[in-house]
Design a protein around this ligand. Structure first.
Ligand SMILES: Cc1cc2nc3c(=O)[nH]c(=O)nc-3n(C[C@H](O)[C@H](O)[C@H](O)COP(=O)(O)OP(=O)(O)OC[C@H]3O[C@@H](n4cnc5c(N)ncnc54)[C@H](O)[C@@H]3O)c2cc1C
Length: 454
């Protein structure tokens, strides 16, 4: 039996992967999962890595950001991706799975690992100093949520994800969008977008505004999904709810044009949608005040009515649902270690990534890094030009004040040295760069699994 020992809490996508990575690096794991003795509101079985909704793990192509992440995970010996590959069902370019076979395979492989001991129990706190990965997911149990709130600070654990859409700069029509900020915060930026200031502004004429307002408020667009979500914080209203309060309400709220001189007209537009920089390299922007419950198809259709956003490429759309997640930029290092508690790691959706693959990827990183720590090695920060590195750096380094969950996307990666206007070719180049960088990094840090159990 190994002398090195760690605890993983939660056997979802992230926890199962974390336990596997630890055990394959010679660490004995106590894996705690409460399902079996205590259910969650959405899981139906006691199997590990149950997919609670869609059976798709997203793109499986290297020209898809999630596909690139999956390929990186394969190179780490991921149990989740191996099970997905083994139980794939036809789904075009996506990796969709037979959900029962997938979850059963992971449960069996993880449970059968000689270094993993499964405990069916709810863990109530993180008081113990034993090496731990907490991966209790978007539906973290009440007791653990309360403990995390006490440990992190009430304001650093979110229970509700009210997220506005995020889009790529390269998909904006920069002949229409201008840069400006209110309150005299103007700052010189690179000359890519006309104007000065911290925000990009999409200016509306009166006719454009009225058409946009009608689209937001009429027809089937503004369908609310969940009854319990219909009670909102007044400061965080969905844009369609604001719109329904009256035709001008948005112009006095998130679409206020006051103080925003359009350099092309020298005047304030009738209304604006403001876009705020979302990542350090300024390739992604979020729509300020546009948290929404519109269905995703409707979001894409209606938001592309915004002047300058006709061809917008959304890397994530707006959501409003129950989701327990940490303010990771405040709490975690890019290694996924808790600041001030180096033997405690967090992983999965609870650190502010989104989706099955991304959650499992963070589990892999936490498992790998805790194993390294226990072997007396430094935990790793993967290079920023890999998808795993880009995502973990985003989680730890995004704006604390505006932190919202994020999934793998091309906008997180640094641009290519030589710009390539052909999107597919550009992504192929970025994927090739990422995988070469990933392999070099693994080689240089000798982080490959020495004797993986297959
Ligand atoms: C309603 C809903 C629908 C979703 N739909 C999709 C979708 O269609 N596609 C997609 O990609 N993602 C979807 N997600 C997100 C998806 O659930 C996550 O991305 C993924 O499951 C996160 O993996 P995880 O390991 O972080 O959490 P989970 O997979 O939820 O695993 C966490 C585990 O921790 C256990 N646990 C919780 N508290 C404790 C405790 N105190 N002690 C011991 N065990 C504990 C839970 O039982 C659970 O098994 C959805 C989420 C929700 C809530």
């Amino acid at each position: 039996m190994s002398e090195l020992r760690a605890r993983v809490i939660g056997a979802g996508l992230a926890g199962s992967e974390a336990a596997w990575q630890l055990a394959n690096r010679g660490v004995a794991v106590d894996l705690y999962e409460m399902r079996g003795v205590k259910p969650t509101a959405v899981h139906h079985t006691a199997d590990f890595a149950e997919l609670v909704c869609s059976n798709s793990l997203g793109s499986n192509h290297l020209t898809g950001a999630s596909g690139l992440l999956k390929e990186e995970m394969r190179r780490l010996g991921s149990v989740v991706i191996a099970a997905a590959d083994g139980h794939a069902v036809p789904a075009g370019g996506a990796l969709a799975v037979d959900r029962e076979g997938f979850a059963r395979a992971i449960t069996e492989r993880v449970s059968a690992h000689p270094l993993i001991t499964v405990h069916r129990a709810e863990v109530l706190d993180l008081a113990s100093d034993e090496p731990t990965i907490v991966a209790t997911g978007p539906l973290t149990s009440e007791a653990m949520s309360q403990y995390l709130q006490g440990m992190a600070g009430r304001e650093y654990l979110f229970f509700f994800d009210a997220a506005a859409p995020i889009l790529t700069l390269e998909s904006l029509d920069l002949t229409k969008v201008f840069r400006a900020g209110r309150k005299g915060l103007a700052r010189k930026h690179e000359a890519k977008v006309e104007g000065e200031g911290d925000y990009l502004n999409c200016p509306f004429t009166k006719e454009e505004y009225v058409a946009f307002w009608e689209a937001l408020t009429t027809g089937e667009n503004a369908t609310l999904h969940h009854k319990e979500d219909q009670v909102f914080f007044e400061s965080c209203l969905p844009i369609e709810v604001i719109a329904r309060r009256g035709i001008d309400t948005m112009r006095y709220g998130p679409m206020k044009p006051v103080g925003l001189d359009d350099p092309r007209t020298g005047r304030w537009p009738y209304a604006v949608v403001q876009l705020r920089q979302d990542n350090a390299v300024a390739t992604l922007y979020n729509m300020v005040g546009f948290q929404t419950q519109l269905k995703w198809g409707d979001q894409t259709r209606i938001f592309r009515m915004i002047p300058g956003m006709e061809q917008a490429e959304f890397v994530r759309l707006g959501v409003m649902h129950r989701n327990t997640y940490l303010n990771s930029p405040h709490l975690l290092h890019p290694t996924l270690q808790w600041k001030g508690r180096p033997r405690l790691f967090a992983a999965g959706q609870m650190i502010g990534v989104e989706g099955y693959s991304d959650s499992a990827a963070m589990g892999a990183l936490a498992g790998l890094n805790l194993a390294r720590l226990l072997h007396g090695q430094d935990p790793l920060e993967f290079p920023r030009d890999t998808m795993l590195g880009a995502l973990s750096h985003y989680i730890a380094e995004a704006s604390e004040k505006h932190f919202q969950p994020m999934n793998a996307n091309w906008g997180l990666l640094p641009p290519l040295e030589q710009e390539n206007r052909d999107k597919k070719a550009r992504r192929e180049q970025m994927a090739a760069r990422a995988l070469a960088s990933f392999d070099r990094f693994l080689e240089s840090t000798s982080s490959k699994v020495a004797n993986p159990i297959s």
